[in-house]
Design a protein around this ligand. Structure first.
Ligand SMILES: Nc1ncnc2c1ncn2[C@@H]1O[C@H](COP(=O)(O)OP(=O)(O)OP(=O)(O)O)[C@@H](O)[C@H]1O
Ligand SMILES: [Mg+2]
Length: 255
């Protein structure tokens, strides 16, 4: 059975896209079949895979807006058994266009149904907002992974996100659960960073992953050369951290 994980946080720049590509690459490295879904109009995931979001045909926009388009039709190879459902810049208008549609919150969920036989993991990258694109990502998912920057302001938004997740759980997707909170941009030599992780663990307990993703410049460089961190700097601290995260996720039971 495939596991569908939405990577979400309405705060910008916390490592959502970086986590989708790097965790996806780490799972694919283990031989698993992984599909990344770009639901962000910024299309950073798509651009990082070397595709041009201004020119693309066959994207998540088409998937959301056109009932005839099937999920498997829009997939593109990234590397080995890692595939991408790319975004185009059109997605920026989808929030508005979807608002007038029936089942607007369940469009992605409906298109994924019965299409995931040959896939082990689907990782969905969502934009930094709690609008309809993010809601579509969450309703299509069974699990949510929440990257949290190791900065004290970052914790403040987590509660609003959890409230949205509970609401979706109650009204739209009773199977949705929080897979975990992932500390990102962690600096072990910073007392402040350590304090934030301690606070996160005090509040959210076992919901916080054991793995923290360290601050590592190689993560910022990798998309510029169109590579995953595992290919670009296989021995880097960040690559090691994403491999450990993939181990943790594989040990955790899907519902
Ligand atoms: N652990 C890290 N160490 C160093 N740089 C990082 C790390 N994680 C992410 N970055 C860099 O920080 C920037 C923001 O990361 P990313 O794009 O993954 O965040 P995001 O949450 O997807 O942002 P947005 O909300 O805009 O979609 C990128 O330039 C990325 O390369
Ligand atoms: Mg992003």
């Amino acid at each position: 059975m495939s596991r569908v994980i939405a990577v979400s946080n309405q705060k910008g720049g916390v490592g959502k896209t970086t986590t989708v590509i790097s965790l996806g690459a780490a799972l694919a490295e283990k031989g698993l079949r992984v599909v990344l879904v770009d639901l962000d109009p910024q299309a950073a995931l798509t651009a990082g895979a070397g595709l041009d979001p201004y020119k693309l045909q066959g994207t998540t926009y088409d998937l959301l807006m056109d009932d005839r388009v099937r999920f498997t039709e829009i997939l593109r190879p990234v590397h080995g058994n890692l595939l991408l459902a790319p975004a185009s810049v059109d997605l920026a208008s989808a929030d508005y266009a979807l608002a007038r549609r029936a089942n607007r919150a369940l469009r992605l969920d409906q298109t994924l149904a019965n299409e995931l036989d040959a896939v082990d993991f689907v990782l969905i990258d969502t934009p930094p907002s709690l609008g309809l694109l993010t809601v579509n990502g969450l309703t299509a998912a069974g699990e949510v992974l929440i990257p949290v920057e190791c900065h004290y302001l970052a914790m403040r938004g987590v509660r609003a996100l959890l409230e949205t997740i509970w609401l979706i759980h109650d009204r739209l997707q009773p199977n949705l659960r929080v897979l975990g909170l992932l500390p990102t941009r962690y600096q072990s030599n910073s007392a402040h960073g350590r304090q934030v992780v301690n606070d996160l663990r005090a509040v959210f307990k076992k919901r916080v992953f054991e793995t923290a993703i360290p601050m590592d410049e190689a993560l910022a460089e990798a998309p510029a050369v169109r590579q995953t961190i595992l290919a670009y700097r296989s021995e880097s601290p960040a690559a090691a951290a994403y491999r450990r995260l993939s181990d943790e996720i594989m040990r955790s039971k899907p519902q």
